[in-house]
Ligand binder design. Structure first.
Ligand SMILES: Cc1cc2nc3c(=O)[nH]c(=O)nc-3n(C[C@H](O)[C@H](O)[C@H](O)COP(=O)(O)OP(=O)(O)OC[C@H]3O[C@@H](n4cnc5c(N)ncnc54)[C@H](O)[C@@H]3O)c2cc1C
Length: 437
């Protein structure tokens, strides 16, 4: 009898669960003998390292740092390129749509659900406006393309001093994603088009970074300072109420001329039919027990952003970030190994470390076990963490080399994605989306 371990998604939780399994010599031997098979269904052919999004937008980290081909990360698994749509827990079956638009099924003995969240592209805004979402690599690609188009249009005027900026790049949202993008982007635009284009951040609350407001007011102040220093205009207690092809109108009456609006107002869990009865919580996530099983199913495991996991040693639930996804994925891999050798699974045990962000080069902000750090020290510690958890260490040298080449040609660094990544993103995401629609 062959045991099939199926992973949905190629993000942090799946990759780290896979690693635990593939690092076991017993499992590897069983794979060779045909007794165990690992299968990964994913609607992308690469892993996306979201943490560097702001740095890539700021042009100081090459885009190859966010994209790692999945094949290099899961060499012992069979890769199925498709979009999972439905889980049948009683038949141990997952339905998926292929890039050709066919619906297929795959059986499993253990299922790892790690398909995370997607940008909330539906509702949230009470008006019609084309916004860009950067969670998907395609969104980041589109953003860079639009940015280059916009800056290209103002190329002749960049040395001219205007009384007020000619145009804005507008960011909706005030969480880490939005503030990191705003500061890094403003730092970049200030170097190339200061006074011509400015960055505006629209926040429906009275302060930015709600996650740190009570716990880390010092770091919130630091972020606010970084925004001000980079000339980002923050509109607190404001929402966009109207838009036209020229720009957007805010609830305080201000009109911002813009053609580039980034929507970072939040994400929603990927919806999988067959598991919706486990998503009745307000977050819409799949509820798990302490062992990371979907409630009531001992062979379905969930980790990362899609899972609602009680936080060990604390009240509430684990936060949705990469470190928690990695730790949960690793626990899932270990637990599957244990169950396969007739041992009881172990509870998920991780006290958390903290949270890090970068608001431009050398402007890090870090909370480590509740202790705040900022400036270069925080920036370097954050980079150290990111490199430590970087999924393909062998690519780091290539990334550093690319970084060096970009530094030598500063005009190229914000240019649109290099051909190899552009093709990777466009070819696979477009196919899956269009043909499965
Ligand atoms: C812009 C941005 C910046 C961030 N910065 C940080 C940071 O600095 N630090 C930090 O800790 N966290 C950061 N995060 C959060 C972090 O990226 C997530 O918490 C983490 O990616 C969650 O991992 P995951 O494995 O649950 O899902 P993901 O990494 O999102 O992976 C989900 C995978 O599932 C695939 N998938 C989705 N739906 C399907 C389907 N139906 N069928 C098949 N495959 C599917 C996706 O293609 C993807 O491969 C950031 C997030 C964003 C958007």
């Amino acid at each position: 009898m062959k045991t099939t371990i199926l992973f949905i998604g190629g993000g942090y939780s799946s990759v780290w669960a896979y690693r635990q399994l593939a690092s076991s010599t017993t499992i590897l031997k069983k794979i060779k003998k045909g007794e165990v098979e690992l299968k990964v269904i994913c609607d992308r052919k690469h892993h996306y390292f979201h943490g560097f999004t702001g740095d890539v937008i700021g042009g100081h980290i090459p885009e190859m740092a966010v994209l790692t081909p999945l094949k290099t990360l899961i060499p012992d698994a069979q890769f199925i390129y498709g979009k999972a749509t439905q889980v049948s827990p009683f038949m141990n079956m997952v339905k998926y749509t292929t890039s050709e638009g066919q619906t297929k099924e795959v059986k499993y003995d253990h299922l790892v659900v790690g398909c995370g969240t997607v940008d909330n592209e539906t509702n949230t805004l009470d008006f019609e406006v084309d916004t860009i979402h950067v969670k998907k690599p395609k969104g980041l690609y589109n953003f860079k393309k639009e940015l280059n188009h916009l800056l290209g249009g103002y190329e002749a005027e960049k040395d001219h001093k205007f009384e007020k900026p000619q145009e804005h790049i507008v960011l909706l949202g005030s969480g880490f994603t939005s503030v990191e993008i705003a500061t890094n982007l403003a730092e970049y635009v200030n170097q190339t088009h200061q006074g011509v284009i400015s960055v505006a951040l629209i926040n429906s609350r009275d302060k930015i970074l709600k996650e740190w407001q009570n716990k880390q007011p010092r770091l919130v102040k630091y972020a606010e300072k970084a925004l001000t220093k980079n000339g980002v205009k923050v509109y607190n207690n404001c929402v966009v109420v109207d838009s036209n092809p020229e720009g957007v109108t805010l609830s305080n009456g201000v009109f911002l001329k813009t053609r580039l609006v980034v929507n970072a107002v939040g994400q929603q869990p990927v919806a999988l039919l067959g598991l919706r009865h486990l998503c009745l919580n307000p977050e819409g996530k799949i509820e798990t027990n302490r062992y990371l099983n979907a409630l009531g199913y001992s062979n379905i495991w969930c980790g990362g952003d899609i899972a609602l996991v009680k936080r060990p040693f604390s009240k509430g639930f684990c936060p949705p970030n990469a470190l928690w996804a990695i730790m949960q994925g690793a626990r899932i891999g270990k637990n599957i190994k244990r169950v396969m050798s007739n041992k009881a699974p172990r509870k998920f045990w991780f006290p958390g470390l903290g949270q890090a962000a970068a608001f431009g080069v050398g402007k890090g902000a870090l909370e480590l076990y509740g202790i705040p750090f900022w400036g270069w020290l925080a920036y370097i510690i954050r980079l150290g963490f990111f490199f430590y958890f970087f999924p393909a260490k062998s690519r780091l040298i290539k990334i550093i080399w690319q970084f060096y080449k970009d530094k030598k040609n500063p005009n190229e660094k914000a240019s649109i994605f290099k051909a190899e990544y552009r093709d990777l993103i466009i070819s696979n995401e477009k196919q899956v989306k269009l043909k499965s629609a």
